[in-house]
Design a protein around this ligand. Sequence first.
Ligand SMILES: [Zn+2]
Length: 123
Amino acid sequence: MDQSTGKLLDRFAFLPPELDCGDGWYQVLFDLCKAIEDTTPPTGFRIIKVFDKYGELKVYSVGGNCATRLCISEAVDLAADVCSGCGGLKEEQKCERCKKDDVGDCAPDISAALPPKVEADGK
Ligand SMILES: [Zn+2]
């Protein structure tokens, strides 16, 4: 997360200095932080790590309570359907569009790597 990180960090003091995920989750994280703020978390509450693990949102926190944990688990469920790259709905790790952009992570086309089929010609 690049351009939006500052906005979130300025707004919510309990976030860690870095958010290691794509801008596509900005809204999910904003809503999460807002929901946590609304529960009035315990004084020592901190989110210590936010990252994208193979398309899954991971949020580690300390000093929270049932309410903060519930907020986090709801955000994780929500993020599972949202592309961390662009914020669009997705099926797997990324939406089709981001999969195409992200050439480095693309699995090579396996059919191209296989030797051409040899037809038995019976001669
Ligand atoms: Zn995407």
